[in-house]
Write a protein that binds this ligand. Structure first.
Ligand code: ZN
Length: 274
């Protein structure tokens, strides 16, 4: 069994406001290090449970923001990690095509516009009527390669959204969202136990969980939360919807049309050709 762990940070217990990447103050530095340590602890809990469930290979995708958040020197030495500079992976789910069986979603957040959820952002709309968070978008891209998503951690909203799409998936609710920037959080050791035990249960139930697959043709539109608005309204991130029959191609064209992405071609640190 080969296991792929997709990670984000907003759904980690204890994380309840967006990180400030501009603030170089000492307080912000220590805060960000604490959040990275919490993320690392939750990821490690999933890694341990995967190996205890018989995994021969575990790969982690450090997928939040910069793609260089997880304190990998503290991880189980048997796993490997995908990470790098400034989110420059050629593909969002890099290496997912290398024959994985199981995907685990750790630290996930609700889609943009989810009322009362913690830090909701990103909303992928397929064919006008299928609404996907980053978590369910990862699940459907994994499903394209035949990979089953059997566990998700985060708040009560994102885990419910994904459970509605993937019957049988195990939900690890590590915190209760009480508003966009406020939560009732589990302590790190308790959150890690929820994840560890949930991953064991999810992998044990894998035979009765189907890969999340959607059928073409696809029309993909992408939105984000309008954080300037009072009511968490939506803003559109791409000029026009992307159409096609191949999900990965449609996804790739959509993300590469956003000005801050150019997967596989991106120059880091603001470098631009004159
Ligand atoms: Zn994130």
């Amino acid at each position: 069994m080969k296991v792929y762990i997709q990670t984000d940070i907003e759904g980690v217990s204890g994380f309840c406001f967006f990180e400030n990447r501009q603030n170089e103050g000492i307080e912000n530095y220590y805060h960000r290090q604490r959040m990275r340590r919490l993320l690392t602890g939750e990821v490690n809990a999933a890694v341990l449970a995967a190996f205890e469930s018989g995994a021969e290979e575990v790969i982690i995708n450090d997928s939040h923001g910069s793609s260089y958040n997880i304190l990998f020197e503290e991880l189980d030495p048997r796993c490997q990690i995908l990470h790098g500079r400034a989110g420059s992976a050629p593909f969002w789910l890099q290496d997912i095509e290398r024959g994985y069986d199981i995907m685990l979603l750790i630290g996930m957040h609700a889609m943009a516009g989810t009322e009362c959820a913690l830090l909701p952002h990103s909303k992928w709309v397929l064919n006008g009527n299928i609404f996907l968070s980053e978590a369910s978008m990862a699940a459907v891209l994994a499903g394209y390669y035949g990979v089953k998503t059997v566990f998700i951690s985060g708040d009560q909203y994102v885990t419910a959204e994904v459970a509605e799409k993937i019957p049988g998936i195990v939900r690890g609710v590590v915190k209760e969202a009480l508003g966009p920037y406020y939560s009732r959080s589990s302590m790190p050791a308790a959150a890690q136990k929820i994840i560890h035990d949930g991953v064991i249960a999810g992998i044990a139930a894998a035979d009765s969980i189907e890969p999340y697959v959607l059928t073409p043709p696809f029309i993909l539109d992408v939105y984000d939360s309008d954080r300037s608005g009072r009511n968490m309204g939506l803003i559109r991130l791409i000029k026009e919807p992307v159409k096609g029959d191949d999900l990965v191609d449609v996804f790739q064209r959509a993300v590469n049309s956003m000005p801050w992405n150019n997967f596989g071609l991106k120059h880091v640190d603001g470098f631009k050709y004159p």
